[in-house]
Design a protein around this ligand. Structure first.
Ligand SMILES: Cc1cc2nc3c(=O)[nH]c(=O)nc-3n(C[C@H](O)[C@H](O)[C@H](O)COP(=O)(O)OP(=O)(O)OC[C@H]3O[C@@H](n4cnc5c(N)ncnc54)[C@H](O)[C@@H]3O)c2cc1C
Length: 468
């Protein structure tokens, strides 16, 4: 079977490539190794666990991609604030802020057409000014994104609506169809069942889930890379949980407030990320360790708000394997928690003692939302520099969000974000093979739903223009 365009992966990157091409006469097929969105159910998700154990995993695979079952925070740049231009990926190497704003506006329009929430955060200019003044006086940079929050219960319906549009407009979707091999010279792909399909243009949008597979393909096919296996660094930190009332003033204006903090002792750069107002902390299970994450289910709101506080760590000589370092930190932390994430009160961490169930119970205003986290001592797992940075950053944030560095604040570890390899692409998302495109998170180009969707639209626009 021959298609003009074959897209591998139906995350936001792949879906938005197909969305744009659905308006053209090109014959397009989308291959996805996971299930269709309505079949993606993870029983452990109800227990606040992303178990990542099914093969393929329903949390990270399937139509809608990695964030398909998440609470769908859509982050857009705010043209009035240049600090927001880095949101969603490192796009400024390949496009101007104006172009980025234009592409993000297209993504936003499509999401709204298919049922995304009309409520928008990050537009109250007076309030943002007020927060910015406070932040700057505490030497913190506030990045005032424009944001929409779809919510866990609504996102699958939005994805289904997009999928229906694609099918109605002639896009062929192959769920449960893992692509096993690619022959760049022969312009063909082979699925796990052994079926072969030919293409004129190939779009690789395999996400973090497919990053390892992509690495092999890239090596075998001589596709050029910019960065091997995340040599650029790694993000390590904790998930912070506080009473939602403490964060409400800021989260009602900026749903997921992004703060950038330079720590005093080590001069390291930390950031807040993935704030979940009235949400719960989640657990992600990997083969030999677990990590923490967070989400907000509008149907199951809690009295707590959580966010990730992450430092970016890079290495020079002789060690160049940040992902390996991150994995060993994750393993030791998980082991100390008896195969669980560790939970510690900020007061205990500062006093140099472990948290215990009794001490956690003493927290009158704040009880942990992740019940399987084990009270312990994060300082036995994390290097001193990381611990110093966490305390330092929280104390700085406390100046603009009073109470964040309170005694009862809860810290969960390990919270680690690994980086994938980075494929060398031009400003149309083309690799050194001009008919092979890489898009989204798996190729190290985007970080997040909107960013991945933007790369999909750009690839699709290029294919449309070049196939005329
Ligand atoms: C739990 C969770 C919550 C998140 N919440 C948010 C959020 O609120 N906001 C936000 O902006 N981002 C969020 N993210 C991140 C976001 O989901 C990703 O940034 C985004 O989905 C990346 O899009 P993508 O198209 O690059 O790849 P993905 O969404 O990862 O999609 C890639 C797809 O390719 C498929 N695939 C891989 N290999 C193959 C193969 N060989 N053959 C066929 N198919 C293959 C996979 O099954 C997958 O469905 C979250 C991620 C997770 C895991």
């Amino acid at each position: 079977m021959k298609y003009d365009v074959i897209i591998i992966g139906s995350g936001p990157g792949g879906l938005f490539t197909a969305y744009h091409l659905a308006k053209t006469k090109l014959k397009v097929a989308l291959f996805e190794k996971g299930k269709d969105i309505q079949e993606r159910i993870c029983p452990n998700n109800l227990n606040q666990t992303y178990c990542l154990k099914c093969n393929p995993c329903n949390i990270t695979c399937g139509v809608g991609g990695a964030g398909g079952l998440s609470d769908g925070k859509l982050n857009f740049i705010n043209p009035d604030y240049p600090s927001t231009f880095e949101v969603g990926g490192n796009f400024l190497d390949i496009m101007t802020p104006e172009k980025l704003a234009k592409e993000m506006a297209k993504v936003e329009k499509i999401f709204l057409k298919h049922g995304a929430s009309k409520k928008i955060y990050g537009t109250n200019v007076d309030k943002i000014k007020e927060f910015q003044k406070k932040a700057n006086s505490a030497a913190i940079e506030l990045v005032p994104l424009k944001q929409r929050h779809i919510g866990t219960s609504k996102l699958p319906k939005v994805i289904k609506s997009i999928e229906n549009y694609l099918i109605k407009n002639g896009i062929k979707i192959y769920p449960k169809s893992e692509v096993e091999a690619i022959e760049v010279q022969g312009k063909k792909i082979k699925t796990r069942g052994g079926k072969e399909f030919y293409y004129r243009y190939l779009v690789l949008g395999v996400g973090r889930e497919g990053a390892k597979w992509l690495e092999k393909i890239v090596q075998k096919s001589h596709i050029k890379l910019k960065d091997h296996q995340g040599e650029g660094g790694i993000d390590v930190g904790v998930r912070v949980e506080v009473p939602s009332s403490i964060m409400e003033e800021i989260t009602s204006v900026l749903y997921d407030p992004k703060l950038k903090i330079m720590t005093k002792k080590h001069d390291d750069y930390l950031r807040t990320f993935c704030t979940c107002p009235q949400g719960e902390v989640m657990r992600e299970n990997y083969d030999d360790f677990c990590l923490v994450n967070g989400h907000t289910n509008p149907k199951r709101k809690t009295r707590n708000t959580n966010f990730a506080l992450l430092g970016h760590y890079t290495f020079t000589e002789p060690f160049k394997k940040p992902n390996e370092w991150g994995r060993s930190l994750a393993k030791i932390t998980t082991a100390l928690g008896g195969n669980n994430p560790i939970l510690q009160r900020l007061k205990d961490l500062k006093w140099g003692r472990r948290s215990t169930l009794k001490r956690i119970k003493n927290n009158v205003v704040l009880q942990p939302t992740l019940k399987t986290a084990v009270p312990g001592d994060i300082t036995l797992a994390y290097p001193g520099r990381i611990v110093d940075n966490i305390v330092d950053a929280l104390e700085q944030i406390d100046k603009i969000i009073p109470g964040v560095a309170g005694d009862s604040t809860l810290l969960y570890a390990p919270e680690i974000k690994f980086y994938s390899l980075k494929v060398d692409v031009d400003n149309e998302m083309r690799t050194n093979f001009s008919n092979v495109y890489t898009i989204g998170d798996g190729a190290g180009i985007s970080r997040g739903i909107v960013g991945a969707a933007v790369t999909g639209l750009i690839a699709a626009e290029s294919i449309q223009n070049r196939s005329k």
